[in-house]
Write a protein that binds this ligand. Sequence first.
Ligand code: A2P
Length: 335
Amino acid sequence: MREDLHIAIVGATGAVGVEMIKTLERRNFPASQLVPLASARSAGKTLPFRGENVAVQELTRDSFAGVDIALFSAGGGTSAEFAPVAVEAGAVVVDNSSAFRMDDSVPLVVPEINAAAVGKNNGIIANPNCSTIVTVMALNPLHQAFGVKRIFASTYQAVSGSGAMGIVELERQVGEIAANQEATREVYPHQIAFNVLPHVDVFLDDGYTKEEMKMVHESRKIMDLPEFKASVTCVRVPVYRAHSIAVSAEFEKQVSVEEARKAIITAPGIDLNDDIASNGYPLPLDLTGKDNCQVGRIRKDCAFDNGLSFWVAGDQLLKGAALNTVQIAEEVAKL
Ligand code: A2P
């Protein structure tokens, strides 16, 4: 493992960027220098890293000189423009946007599932969509046990998945409604406080949203399962942090709840929290700030012959974004 890495974070001031810096610090990532990058608005701000305040710099085409690994989380447009610039300057990019995920030459990695793909990178490695990561953390161990064919799923996605402004919008609307004022809208097309919106990302011609189809295409690539099918409804809920997903999955082999529990218990990065007798199941409030995802409510699906239904939740800013990105960077450091 290299010990003296220069790490740049593009989008360092954002909801995910801040978590990336904290994650590098608490996992003792072997970085000798951190270069926080953001828009011109943030230049001169400082961010804490290992007891020091590090100055944020404006992202420019010259930002990557001497950088070994660049972690990107500043939106697809910024990644599309600047990730090739970083690669040209000699950095390996780990990109949290959707810009390169489905590119055949770009590995799409959840280290617990396909860490070996990191070695096949051509300069860019993609971090999957947050709901997809949380879902496959539970689905892949079950797939290893029973062979998954298809899933039906609904997501319950926290507002921090829309970035720091999602949190601001929910907080503001709660305040406005408590003060008997009309809820003002900037981020979402409808009021998110005391509501749920069956709409995450843009609508496609077939009526699904882009976010819903990420679950299909990205899961196929991560689990190396080209025939995998998923019909998903993505829903934004007034939760600050941590995504939950209700999944019904159909398998090739006969399933048993006991074997499913065993598969989850022995898998890395996911814990079983399934004790209905004492109302024990994963909750976004409990998962906030936690590295591991949790799965519960595992039961035989009553509509499929070889089916399981379950509820999985995880902190989408950590395992769904910053933690998974840093885990990928750790794999890069080992190369
Ligand atoms: P800034 O804070 O200067 O706007 P979030 O997802 O929480 O909204 O954060 C987005 C992150 O991406 C922020 O760090 C933001 O920086 C950064 N960002 C957005 N647009 C650009 C851009 N054009 N160039 C560089 N950084 C950007």
